[in-house]
Design a protein around this ligand. Structure first.
Ligand SMILES: Nc1ncnc2c1ncn2[C@@H]1O[C@H](COP(=O)(O)OP(=O)(O)OP(=O)(O)O)[C@@H](O)[C@H]1O
Ligand SMILES: CCCC(=O)O
Length: 363
C-alpha cells in the first residue's frame, strides 16, 4: 500500500488529503479570507502559514511526514509544459520561489512538497500544473504582435473532470469535445477537442469572466487611463485585477455562499452582480463552442461555485444548455487527480517526467 500526502494550495483555500492507494482516507479544506492573506506581501511569504495548516492537519490525524511514500503538490507557474506527472526538482523550485513566471498560490505546492521530500527522503511530484499548454497556434494570436495569449488555467481539475465526463458519456476523452468550466477563486473555460485543450482563457491575466476575486477582462482604454492617472501605483492596480476584483470589489466578499445568503435576504445588488458573473461565464462558453465549431458533446461545470444549484448552476443552464447537455461535478477531482498521478508513478505504471529535461528539450 502506498500512502500519499496531497497538498493543494488554491487562491482562497488550502485543500489537503491523504490517500492510501486509490482510497482517500482523510481530507480537509481550509478557507482563507482576503484579510488573512493580505498580510503577506508576496506569495512565498505565505509559506509558513500554509505549512502550519498542513502540520495541524497531520497532527490531528496522528500522522507524521515520514509515514508517507510520496508527497504531491499542485503545480504552479513554471514554464509551459505538456500534461503529466513531474518530479519536483531544484530548477522548478528555484523558479517558483523567484516567481519567475508569476505568482500563484499553487506555486507553493511544489515548494512545500520539495522541502518535505528533502527532509524525509520521499519523492515529491506535481501533476498537470496550471501552465499545461495544448493551445492551438491560432488561439495564441492576441490582436497585436507585442502580446501573446497564454494557456494558464485549472489544468489539473479540467483534465480530471473531462475524463470523468467522458466515462459518463461512455466514450474515451480522446474521442469527444467538451467545454469545461472551472469556477473557483479563479475561473477558466476550456475547449477540449479530442483530449487536448485547444483554447482557454488565461485565468490569471484579466482574460475571461470576472470571478469571486478577479476582475476578468476590463474596458481597456479605461484601464490605461487609470494606470496613467498618477493616483495609483502598480501594486494597487494589479490587486484590483487579481485579489480585490470581481465579487470582492462589488460586494466585499469572495465567498459565494455569503453572496447567496445576501440574495436570499433580498439584496438586489448582490443578485445583479452574481447574475452578471454567470452571464459573463456563459458568454465564454459561447466563445469556446465557436472554437469547437459547434461540435460539443457536453458542457461540464466544476469548482466550488458549481455547488450552487440555486443560482449559478441554474443560470448557466438557462444560458448555455442550447449548446449541449450540462454535466455538473461540484468541487472537482483535484486531490484525487494529484494522488493518482503520483500513484501511477509509484507503481511504475508511468515514468515521472523531468522538468529540467523538458526545459532543456524545449530550449
Ligand atoms: N457549497 C458551496 N456552495 C456555494 N459556493 C461554494 C460552496 N463551496 C465553495 N463555494 C464557493 O466557491 C468559491 C471557491 O471555490 P474553490 O474552492 O474551487 O476555489 P479555490 O480552490 O480557492 O480557487 P481555484 O479553484 O481558483 O484554485 C468561493 O466563492 C466559495 O464561496
Ligand atoms: C490559473 C488557474 C488557477 C487560478 O485561477 O487560480
Amino acid at each position: 500500500m502506498y500512502r500519499i500526502l496531497v497538498i493543494n494550495p488554491g487562491s482562497t483555500s488550502t485543500k489537503l488529503a491523504i490517500f492510501e492507494d486509490e482510497k482517500q482516507v482523510a481530507s480537509k479544506t481550509l478557507r482563507h479570507t482576503p484579510e488573512e492573506l493580505s498580510q503577506f506581501k508576496r506569495l512565498i511569504d505565505q509559506y509558513e502559514f500554509r505549512v502550519n495548516a498542513i502540520e495541524d492537519f497531520l497532527k490531528t490525524l496522528g500522522f507524521e511526514y515520514k509515514d508517507f511514500n510520496a508527497v504531491v503538490g499542485r503545480g504552479g507557474l513554471v514554464r509551459p509544459i505538456p500534461s503529466g506527472t513531474y518530479l519536483v526538482d531544484e530548477l522548478m523550485v528555484e523558479e517558483l520561489k523567484q516567481a519567475k513566471y508569476g505568482e500563484h498560490a499553487s506555486n507553493l505546492g511544489a515548494v512545500i512538497a520539495f522541502e518535505i521530500s528533502n527532509k524525509y527522503n520521499i519523492p515529491a511530484y506535481i501533476v498537470d500544473p496550471v501552465v499545461v499548454d495544448e493551445m492551438e497556434k491560432i488561439a495564441k494570436i492576441s490582436g497585436h504582435p507585442m502580446f501573446e495569449r497564454k494557456s494558464i488555467f485549472h489544468a489539473l481539475n479540467q483534465k480530471a473532470v473531462a475524463r470523468r465526463a467522458a466515462e459518463e458519456l461512455g466514450k474515451k476523452y480522446e474521442e469527444i469535445n467538451l467545454i469545461v468550466v472551472h469556477m473557483g477563486g479563479g475561473i477558466s473555460i476550456g475547449a477540449h477537442r479530442n483530449g487536448k485543450v485547444i483554447d482557454v482563457n488565461n485565468a490569471l491575466d484579466g482574460d475571461g469572466p470576472f470571478t469571486p476575486e478577479r476582475s476578468g477582462t476590463l474596458p481597456l482604454t479605461q484601464l490605461i487611463d487609470l494606470c496613467y492617472s498618477g493616483k495609483y501605483d502598480y501594486d494597487f492596480i494589479k490587486k484590483r485585477i487579481k485579489g480585490k476584483g470581481g465579487l470582492v470589489a462589488y460586494l466585499g466578499t469572495n465567498d459565494a455562499m455569503k453572496v447567496q445568503e445576501m440574495i436570499s435576504n433580498g439584496d438586489k445588488k448582490a443578485e445583479l452582480v452574481y447574475k452578471a458573473m454567470a452571464y459573463q461565464i456563459a458568454k465564454w462558453v459561447g466563445k469556446m463552442a465557436a472554437a469547437l465549431k459547434g461540435e460539443v458533446d457536453a458542457i461540464v461545470l466544476t469548482g466550488g461555485l458549481a455547488y450552487d444549484e440555486n443560482y449559478m448552476v441554474k443560470w448557466l443552464k438557462e444560458y448555455t444548455s442550447f449548446i449541449a447537455k450540462v454535466l455538473v461535478y461540484p468541487g472537482g477531482d483535484e486531490e484525487k487527480a494529484l494522488a493518482m498521478g503520483a500513484l501511477r508513478v509509484l507503481r511504475g505504471e508511468e515514468r515521472a517526467r523531468s522538468y529540467k529535461e523538458e526545459v532543456q528539450m524545449r530550449g
